[in-house]
Design a protein around this ligand. Structure first.
Ligand code: PEP
Length: 254
């Protein structure tokens, strides 16, 4: 099974800061079997490909439009990303759902657009705090997965990376316990099996939500936790690089 550490920079960094962070990450390789991705803001994607391309780090976007091109002011199409050498794209992040009104149906269309142009979707799902407290977290995540992905065939779903991001843990300093993470990851894999059959066993499922060097070893030890989608800690080179090493060690000893 692949192990992935992906950094979601969100709307952070200026050009010089971005270059410094990219150079520090690239210089910390080789990554010994861990796939490392960075997802900087759109203006820095070209620069990111130039700085880390060929150094074992892949570049991802944080969002895309479902249409290839057209009169959609302010949007970015998948063919544009592809033409820059961007290899993957985060879709369905809870901040996109919460602040920009993205629904599972919209997210599903973005996943399809990415697959059509051979970019890897990093599909995010996860429940709100009230949903976990109310005990509906499994239903919520199942609905997200099935609504967004049921239009795809098993071979297409097999090309995804899925990120479980409990919304109550994102940027809050609260994280799921290793048991909560593994339990939900196993559930997600079982749901993916309903959609994609045995191919689901090879789909990386990343944990996201206040994952830091001091809590990552326990989280990454879960059998169905195949790495992390990292927000805040991906902005600090030492922390991000430490997370790559922790993921490598967790999977070596598994
Ligand atoms: C994220 O937004 O994808 C995320 C996991 O953020 P943080 O690590 O800061 O909680």
């Amino acid at each position: 099974m692949r192990t992935i550490i992906a950094g979601n920079w969100k709307m952070h960094k200026d050009r010089t800061e971005a270059e410094n962070l990219l150079d520090a990450i690239a210089a910390s390789g080789p990554f010994d079997g861990v796939e490392v991705l960075v997802a900087p803001p759109f203006p820095f994607l070209d620069l990111a490909v130039r700085h880390v391309g060929g150094k074992g780090v892949r570049v991802a976007a944080q969002n895309c439009h479902e249409a290839g091109q057209g009169a959609f002011t302010g949007e970015v199409g998948v063919p544009m990303l592809r033409s820059l050498g961007v290899g993957a794209c985060i879709v369905g992040h809870s901040e996109r759902r919460q602040y920009f009104g993205e629904t599972d149906v919209m997210v599903g269309r973005k996943v399809a657009a990415l697959l059509k142009d051979e970019l890897q979707p990093i599909y995010c799902c996860g429940e709100q705090r009230a949903e976990r407290e109310g005990g509906t977290h499994f239903d919520v995540v199942a609905t997200q997965l099935h609504t967004a992905l049921s239009g795809l065939g098993p071979k297409e779903i097999a090309r995804l990376v899925v990120a479980y991001e409990p919304v109550w843990a994102i940027g809050t300093g609260l994280n799921a316990t290793p048991e909560q993470a593994q339990e939900m990851h196993a559930f997600i894999r079982a749901e993916l099996r309903k959609l994609a059959g045995d191919a689901a066993d090879a789909i990386p499922i990343l944990y996201g939500g206040s994952c830091k060097p001091d809590n990552a070893a326990g989280l990454f030890a879960g059998a169905d936790v195949n790495g992390g989608l990292i927000g805040g800690a991906s902005l600090v080179a030492d922390q991000f690089i430490a997370l790559v090493r922790i993921a490598r060690d967790a999977k070596r000893t598994a």
